[in-house]
Write a protein that binds this ligand. Structure first.
Ligand code: GLU
Length: 342
């Protein structure tokens, strides 16, 4: 991180603190209000998910400098589910480079459900890495000498993002595996079109494992902060993602990360984000913050009701929308001029 970025984070934090008193108080107030919202349903299509306590609710913000602000059930573990998808996409990009990955998975938003058995009619590719088809094609790209090696490379990658060793919840994994007929059907369809290779059944296992990883709300915020910090975990200082690929993860999150309300999310909240069926959301304020929210009740589009409300409020209250007209042209010109002369 350079000095200008560091100053910008301080400015934003200053703005957040000045908006109401300290940021923690603001988070507590948002959390208190959110607790009264009981709309939505916990996902039940995978039996283990149905066991979640619908009242769990955590909010965590980690800055790109590693400061943590949090409230509620931030240490409660849950399976990461689809929030894992952009991060696997990052590992596939590191393993093969952009062109090779884009031959197997597109980056177009789709109006179809996340688990639709559908591929692009012209290219035969899955539409994007955030729907199941694209995520399975992405898992198929993860390199390794054999299956255990691929699995441990994936776990090591998540470990770098969260700053500790991560584990798979075996019950969730088995639950995913036993009920995963649709995902297997997607895998076979893609095998038919050559979008996945001979080892695709192992790749399906890898996909079930990635969905079953145990994380906390704080972990999600740390993962977001790592992206905000150009791919480097702000606490451990370890690089989790090659800097070249950070923008690709975030742009696909912005356009495709929030299931069938990705368009409305980009419009209202304006932040790269990904949600999952267990009720987690990770959002990124590029260069500044990672936001993690966890609350299992989902809306009809599959996103956490409280999670969406929290991110919408944070974005509006603190002007976090990517297209907020924050920087006056004059100061931009000054910066460009200054850089030009160096
Ligand atoms: N494990 C899920 C599935 O493939 C992913 C769910 C999600 O979208 O979070 O069905």
């Amino acid at each position: 991180m350079n000095i200008e970025q560091s100053d910008e984070i301080d400015l934003l934090l200053g703005r957040m603190k000045a908006a109401t008193a300290p940021l923690r108080t603001t988070l507590r107030e948002i959390h208190d209000r959110g607790r009264g919202d009981h709309r939505g349903e916990v996902a039940t299509y995978i039996p283990e998910l149905a066991k979640a306590n619908p009242d769990w609710f955590g909010i965590c913000i980690v800055t790109a400098k590693g400061d943590i602000f949090e409230v509620g059930d931030v240490q409660q573990t849950f399976s990461i589910q689809s929030v894992s998808k952009p991060f696997l996409f990052g590992l596939a990009l590191e393993d093969h480079g952009l062109d090779a990955v884009l031959r197997k998975v597109g980056v177009e938003p789709t109006g179809e459900a996340f688990n639709a058995i559908v591929l692009d009619e012209v290219s035969n590719r899955p539409f994007n890495p955030m729907v199941n088809a694209g995520a399975i094609a992405t898992a198929d790209l993860i390199a390794g000498t054999d299956y255990p090696d691929r699995l441990s490379r994936m776990l090591a990658m998540f470990g770098r993002y969260v700053g500790r060793e991560v584990h798979v919840d075996n019950k969730v994994f088995l639950s995913e595996r036993i009920t995963g007929h649709r995902n297997r059907a997607i895998g076979h369809l893609m095998r038919n079109f050559g979008m996945v290779g001979d080892r695709f059944e192992e790749s399906l296992e890898l996909y079930f494992q990635q969905c079953s990883l145990l994380v906390t709300c704080r972990d999600l915020a740390m993962m977001g902060a790592t992206l905000a910090n150009g791919g480097v975990n702000p606490q451990t200082r370890e690089r989790a993602l090659d800097a070249r690929y950070v923008k690709y993860l975030q742009s696909v999150m912005l356009s495709c990360g929030m299931y069938d309300s990705a368009g409305e999310w980009a419009f209202r909240v304006g932040l790269p984000a990904k949600s999952g069926v267990s009720g987690g959301i990770v959002a990124v304020v590029p260069g500044k913050l990672g936001i993690g929210v966890f609350s299992p009740r989902l809306d009809s589009r599959g996103n956490s009701v409280r999670g969406v409300a929290v991110c919408t409020e944070l974005s509006e209250r603190f002007g976090l929308h990517a297209f907020e007209s924050g920087v006056p042209l004059e100061s931009l010109e000054q910066q460009l001029d200054h850089r030009g002369r160096r």
